[in-house]
Ligand binder design. Structure first.
Ligand code: LMR
Length: 312
């Protein structure tokens, strides 16, 4: 059984994610106690109340109970897993880092509230800028003596991997595997692969890279609001692989140990091997030519810029 909290539960991404959680698409062998968190505003509270009724009507076999909250200290109590979706969303013309000022307050407060979760709580940050929001919680916990392993703080770069694989298939009319993401979930993110033939296709195709880097903004411009079910599906893939393992290399934002010259304690996307039972390793020995190193450096500079703005 897992107690799972979903933040921003009244929002669109959460409402695309929650059915995946309750219908066994993520943890087929686990019952779920669901804790919903959103802000203390009338529209959000009404939405959560409606959502609770609908969840009963769905009669999901894996769902044991649902509670809703406006205080993270209550919502996180005894949680095994927290999916941080709640935050101010990006609007047309904004970069994800422009959300830092407003969303960093949420993550400072929620980082402190992690003291109520289980010590081994697994955190996945979806709300942007997701890497730096995860770093804020990691730093808040460290500073306040909240003992959660640094491996438990992760952020969502799987959306970039999944969309790169989908767009590759559309562009080249070929199935793809083993694309992975380095660095930040920003417009300088870098995509890579260890598959030689895919590498040939994408290494010098700046259109492909640019398409992935700007896909989030493209969706916002086309529909006026940001991605929904692709983000929910990517969060599902991240958690499923983290829990059960995956043969493939996958992308996860994790706290850097300094591997590949990505400075220690930044939360960056790396090529990851999930080995099951919530364990993972950063894949070592990936060869990076100078061109790739330069592109990775650029998105690491984004992460450093964001990190320099945070105060915990
Ligand atoms: C995305 O990449 O679609 C999301 O992170 C939303 C955004 O602001 O781009």
């Amino acid at each position: 059984m897992y107690k799972v909290c979903v933040t921003g539960a009244a929002g669109r991404v959460a409402q695309a994610f929650i059915p995946l959680l309750c219908n066994g698409s993520i943890f087929p062998d686990k019952k779920i106690i669901l804790s919903l968190l959103d802000i203390n505003n009338e529209p959000q509270i009404r939405e959560l109340n409606g959502l609770k009724l609908e969840l009963i009507d769905c009669n999901y076999p894996n769902l044991i109970s649902v509670s809703s909250h406006t205080d993270p200290n209550e919502a996180f109590k005894d949680c095994d897993i927290i999916v941080f979706i709640g935050g101010f969303p990006r609007k047309p013309g904004m970069e994800r880092k422009d959300l830092l000022k407003i969303n960093s307050k949420i993550f400072t407060e929620q980082g402190l509230a992690l003291k109520h979760a289980k010590e081994d709580v697994k955190c996945l940050v979806v709300a942007n800028p997701c890497n730096t929001n995860a770093k804020i919680m990691y730093e808040v916990c460290k500073k306040n003596g909240i003992k959660i392993n640094k491996e438990n703080f992760t952020s969502l770069s799987r959306l970039d991997q999944d969309r790169a694989e989908g767009i590759y298939k559309e562009m080249y009319n070929k199935e793809s595997a083993n694309i992975f993401i380095w660095g930040n979930h920003s417009s300088n993110l870098f995509i890579d692969t260890i598959d030689e033939s895919i590498n040939k296709d994408i290494e010098n195709n700046s259109n492909f890279l640019e398409k992935i880097q700007k896909r989030g903004a493209e969706i916002i411009n086309v529909r006026g609001s940001s991605s929904t079910f692709s983000a929910a599906k990517a969060a599902r893939n991240h958690l499923k692989d983290w829990c059960y393992g995956n043969e493939k290399i996958v992308s996860m934002g994790v706290v850097s140990n300094g591997d590949y010259d990505i400075p220690k304690d930044l939360v960056s996307s790396f090529p990851i091997k999930c080995t099951g039972n919530w364990k993972f390793e950063i894949v070592q020995g990936i060869e990076l030519n100078d061109g790739k190193k330069t592109k990775i450096k650029k998105c690491v500079e984004d992460l450093q810029g964001e990190a320099s703005e945070i105060v915990v």
